[in-house]
Ligand binder design. Structure first.
Ligand code: CP3
Length: 348
C-alpha cells in the first residue's frame, strides 16, 4: 500500500486533490547530505553499485524536499556497462567509455544481459529502498531510451553534436538497428525486473532526442520506445524525450501514460497535439530556480496555469542544476502543492 499515491493516480488520469511534484535529478549534488556521503566514497560508481548507499541517497530528497516520489539512484549508463561496455565517471567532466562501438564485430560482442546477473545491484537497491520507504511515496524506476544509449556507446562521451553516432544512422543504418535491438532487449528485461523488484512507475529518458531529424527519430528512436512501452503493460510509463517537440504526434500514439515536456515546449500546444489520453509532466526551466522566492513562485504558478489542474505531474523541464539552492526547490514544491490545491477548490 502506498500512502501518497498522487503520482500514480495522476499518471493514470484519475482525479487528484492537487498536482503531484518531483524533480529530475532530485537525488544528487543539490543536497549537502548527498555531497557529504559522496565525498567519503571512491567515486560515483561505488555509490551506484552499493545498494544500501544508493537507497540512502534515493530517500534523501523525500526527507529534505517532501517530494511526491522517489527515483532510484542510478544512471542510464549502467545498461551499456552490463552489456560489456564499461563506463567511467570522470570527476567534473562526466561519463567516458574507454572503448566504443564501431563495427559489426563490436556489436556482436555485446551481451543481452540477464538483469539479476548484470544489474542485480540496481534491483537490490530498489528492494532496499522500498523497504525503507515503507509506502511513503511511489518509487520511480528508469532507463535510457535505446537511441540515447547508442549515442553514448558510439560517441564514447558527451558531445554537442554526437556526430559519430548520427553518422552511423546514415552510413550504417543496419548496424545501428542491430545495436538498438540489443539495447532494447536488455532494457526491456531490466525494466521488467525493476517492476518486479518494486518500482511503481517507469521513466524512459531520451536525453539526446533533440539532435535527430524527425524521420530518423521515428525510425531509430520512437520505434524502440514503443516496444519498451508495450513490454510494460502493468505499470505507468513516462517517456521524457528532450528536444523532441517534433515527435509529439507520434507520442500521442504511444502505449504509455505520461509524456514529459522540456522547457522549450508550450504546455498548451503540447496538450492540443497529444490530446486527452496522456498525462503531461514538466516543465519549468531549471534556471527559473535561480530567481528570488517571489520570482520562483510566480514562474511556478504560470506553469501550473498553462498545464491546468488535471493530468499534470509538476517537474522541471530537465534535471535540476547542481548549484541550485535547495531553498528555491522548496519554494517550487510548496507552490505546486498550495496553488494546485486551491485551484481545485476553485479559490483561485
Ligand atoms: O534523482 C535522479 O533523477 C536519479 C539519478 C539520476 C542520475 N543520472 C544520477 C547522476 C538519473 C535519473 C540519471 C540519468 C542520466 N544519466 C541521464 C538522463 C537524464 C538527463 O539528464 O538527461 C543521462 C544523460 C545520464 C548520463 C550522465 N550521468 C551524465 C551526462 C552525467 C554527468 C553530468 C553530471 O550531472 O554530472 C552523469 C553523472 C551523474 N548521474 C551524476 C548523478 C547524481 C553526477 C555524479 C556525481 O555525483 O559526481
Amino acid at each position: 500500500m502506498i500512502k501518497n499515491d498522487l503520482l500514480l493516480r495522476a499518471a493514470r488520469g484519475e482525479q487528484t486533490e492537487r498536482t503531484p511534484v518531483w524533480l529530475m535529478r532530485q537525488a544528487g549534488r543539490i543536497l549537502p547530505e548527498y555531497r557529504a556521503l559522496r565525498a567519503r566514497l571512491s567515486g560515483f560508481k561505488e555509490l551506484v553499485e552499493t545498494p544500501e548507499l544508493a537507497a540512502e541517497v534515493t530517500i534523501q530528497p523525500v526527507d529534505a524536499l517532501d517530494v511526491d516520489a522517489a527515483i532510484i539512484f542510478s544512471d542510464i549508463l549502467v545498461v551499456p556497462d552490463a552489456m560489456g561496455l564499461t563506463y567511467e565517471m570522470v570527476e567534473a567532466r562526466g561519463p567516458l567509455f574507454p572503448e566504443t562501438i564501431r563495427s559489426a564485430a563490436d556489436v556482436r560482442k555485446l551481451r543481452v544481459t540477464d538483469p539479476e546477473e548484470g544489474l542485480g545491484y540496481v534491483l537490490e537497491a530498489i528492494r532496499v529502498t522500498k523497504r525503507a520507504l515503507n509506502g511513503r511515496v511511489p518509487l520511480i524506476g528508469f532507463a535510457g531510451a535505446p537511441w540515447t544509449i547508442l549515442a553514448y556507446m558510439v560517441e564514447g562521451h558527451g558531445s554537442k553534436t554526437f556526430s559519430k553516432a548520427r553518422r552511423m544512422l546514415y552510413a550504417e543504418p543496419a548496424l545501428a538497428h542491430q545495436l538498438l535491438e540489443k539495447i532494447t532487449a536488455t532494457t526491456i528485461a531490466y525494466l521488467q525486473a525493476q517492476v518486479q523488484a518494486g518500482a511503481n512507475l517507469i521513466q524512459v529518458f531520451d536525453s539526446w532526442a533533440g539532435i535527430l531529424p524527425p524521420n530518423h527519430y521515428r525510425e531509430f528512436s520512437t520505434r524502440y520506445i514503443a516496444q519498451i512501452c508495450a513490454a510494460l503493460p502493468n505499470v505507468p510509463v513516462t517517456v521524457f524525450a528532450k528536444g523532441a517537440f517534433f515527435a509529439l504526434e507520434d507520442f500521442a500514439q504511444l502505449d504509455c501514460q505520461t509524456i514529459g515536456l522540456d522547457w522549450n515546449q508550450d504546455p498548451r500546444t503540447a496538450r492540443t497535439i497529444i490530446g486527452d489520453n496522456h498525462t503531461l509532466q514538466g516543465n519549468l526551466d531549471p534556471c527559473a530556480l535561480y530567481g528570488s522566492p517571489e520570482q520562483v513562485q510566480a514562474a511556478t504558478i504560470e506553469m501550473l496555469r498553462h498545464f491546468g489542474p488535471q493530468r499534470h505531474i509538476a517537474n522541471l523541464g530537465h534535471g535540476v542544476y547542481p548549484d541550485t539552492d535547495p531553498a528555491s526547490v522548496r519554494v517550487f514544491i510548496d507552490t505546486v502543492k498550495e496553488f494546485s490545491a486551491l485551484a481545485r477548490e476553485g479559490q483561485i
